[in-house]
Write a protein that binds this ligand. Sequence first.
Ligand SMILES: *Cc1c(COP(=O)(O)O)cnc(C)c1O
Length: 428
Amino acid sequence: MISYQSSSEFAQAMDALDPLAPMRNQFYFPRINGKEALYFCGNSLGLQPKSTEAALLQELEDWKNWGVEGHFHAKNPWFPYHKILTASLARIVGGNDSEVVCMNTLTVNLHLLMVSFYRPTTERYKIIMEAGAFPSDQYAIESQVRFHGFAPDDAIIEIAPREGEHTLRTDDILTAIETYKDSLALVMFGGVQYFTGQRFDMQVITSAAHTAGAIAGFDLAHAIGNVELELHNWNVDFAAWCSYKYLNSGPGGVGGIFVHDRYAESPDLPRFAGWWGNDEATRFEMKKGFHPARGAEGWQISNAQVFQMAALRSSLSIFDMVELPTLFHKRDELTGYLKFLIDNIIADFPELSYTNITPANPFERGSQISFLVGKQGRKLHNYLTDNGVIVDWREPNVVRIAPVPLYNSFEDVFRLSEMIRTYSSYLV
Ligand SMILES: *Cc1c(COP(=O)(O)O)cnc(C)c1O
């Protein structure tokens, strides 16, 4: 355990010891009023790697010079383009290469995977999910339920925090799975909750879902690139993610999916098919009859989104340079430092009723700390923005701060906390 100190000297000393400190220089930081911003929104949109521009220009250049021939003659041929991302993504999610493919966008992928993995019957049709899930997930799940002729109120079981608590207890999730085991079709959870920053125990949830005879799927939007994932070993059935948050692929970046290898050869599993999911050997025969490619690639629909994938590739090359345990170790130290500083402020200004709602246990969180800031919140957020800080504000009263271990420093975290402290002292 580190004994944290609230001082610039301490933060600088931590930065001097940080093996990942040089990675910061791989990214552009936005500028506010001519000064480099303090950026804490990597959970919303990751920063731009300096290498992304060249990666995109390469594809433009190849398109310029090759036209359609770029599919085979581009520096990175477009025909198999998605494959150059697979190994990097597979390492990050803890899957085999055959279990991972990048394609489409997150909510689209959730729908496509539910087509295959939410196949309700009159006996088994319920879905367990977290209350207050990201709206897109709520809409996707509700519309899937309706699509199959069920009523969301009946079919969707939402697990909420207990009275007076902000996050879920694993026991309550497991109890619900047990309670509904005879009618449960799917447990669909976030990996990390976008609002509270709570990390769920995906392994335990998966195992309970399977014991109940249900499927386990995860939305990894806030988990991928942020927390340890062992999807294959945890036996997760399917997962989907976006790449513009911790994976830094830029706005609208390409999403991805995981489908466990036990479904790798399941041509009979219903799915919405397209030519890119067809077995490569026969894809260009342009014949009738869909033959899904083996593994996750068999869920592809359209040809590779080369520009989006080029952007993601530049960021994944940075991840490739980093040992994941080193990244996660820094995450815990950096987030732990933020928690320490925020908790001090909370204790020093009781009259402001600040509340940290992110779990204290590092195993139950990732890089994000969410804290409730009461009625003054919007103004605090404005004050931070005016002073060159980019943090996320969610109505009605939450500030979400994500110190990202790939590019944030201990000094960033200390400077942010000093601004929150200064503003708070104006208020009292
Ligand atoms: C960011 C996020 C989304 C966004 O979905 P898109 O389809 O990429 O627009 C969906 N769900 C969760 C949980 C998210 O955090």
